[in-house]
Design a binder for this molecule. Structure first.
Ligand SMILES: [Zn+2]
Length: 276
């Protein structure tokens, strides 16, 4: 699944590659997939996208906003898989969930893994979509300060029992983070995934905040995670410290054995010595 750094990377590449291109034909998927969320019929999508021009693409949380100017915005979100640019003369992939052909004969395809939204909104309406309306501050925004983060934790403490992994991965509390990047954030902050947020000391809050900022920045700087692909079908450059390949191998910090456990709807990888 794409997390914020992969989407920031895609948005940047789309701006370098697609911005200003005019759409000859926009099509929804040729391969039925019940977990792809569309909000238009095939005909409607073709009709509404024809002749539109790609505007300035942005990423927020787990969503990509692709303006089809004038008047529309394509939303790609909550998805994994591949969003690919194909230069003129390339062969169209056999299966796709979205294909946008441009007047210069280049094209864009999107194919999700698992699930994902591919929805076309009248400009402005995209902000009313569930999960986008009321989205909290994301870690790449200047407003995501330590004060903001600490107040967020204070607000959540009274609400229900929540662990640091829950803080990072549940309920869109910190939009754009997911189970993959959370592993390295918790390792860098030296926190066990089950550590309850109501017992975080000020130092631990600071460590967690810094780990979020630094990890997100580093993954973006490296063009996303190694297990995801960018617009040109290249893997990202960020190799995770804590993932399935690390299990039973020595921790880079203390040399202890890295372990795995199932927790909160996903596998956690952690060092039991560094992350007590
Ligand atoms: Zn360790």
């Amino acid at each position: 699944m794409f997390e914020l750094p992969e989407l920031v990377t895609l948005a940047k590449q789309m701006n370098d590659t697609l911005k200003g291109k005019r759409i000859r034909r926009g099509q929804l998927g040729n391969s039925p997939h019940k977990f792809v969320w569309y909000n238009r019929s095939h005909d409607q999508f073709e009709q509404l996208t024809r002749g539109k021009t790609i505007g300035d693409v942005t990423a927020r949380g787990r969503w990509l906003f692709v303006p089809f100017e004038p008047g529309y915005v394509l939303l790609l979100g909550e998805c994994g898989g591949k969003v690919l640019y194909h230069s003129p003369g390339s062969r169209i992939p056999k299966k796709y969930h979205l294909c946008i052909r441009f007047e210069d004969n280049s094209f864009l395809t999107a194919t999700t893994q698992m699930w994902g939204a591919m929805e076309l909104y009248e400009k402005g309406e995209e902000h009313n979509r569930k999960y986008i309306k009321g989205m909290r501050t994301t870690p790449v925004e200047p407003e995501f300060t330590f004060n903001y983060f600490s107040t967020l934790v204070d607000d959540l403490v009274g609400e229900k029992k929540r662990s640091v992994k829950g803080l990072l991965t549940q309920d869109q509390i910190i939009p754009g983070l997911g189970n993959a990047i959370a592993q390295d954030i918790l390792f860098r902050a030296r926190l066990h995934p089950r550590h309850p947020i109501d017992t975080l000391s000020t130092d631990q809050r600071r460590a967690l905040y810094s780990a979020i900022i630094e990890t997100v920045r580093e993954v973006i700087g490296k063009g996303g995670r190694y297990d995801e692909y960018d617009l040109r079908n290249n893997r990202g450059g960020y190799v995770r410290i804590m993932d399935k390949h690390a299990v039973n191998h020595p921790c880079p910090e203390c040399g202890g054995k890295i372990e795995r456990m199932q927790y909160l709807g996903g596998t956690c990888y952690f060092c039991p010595d560094c992350q007590k």
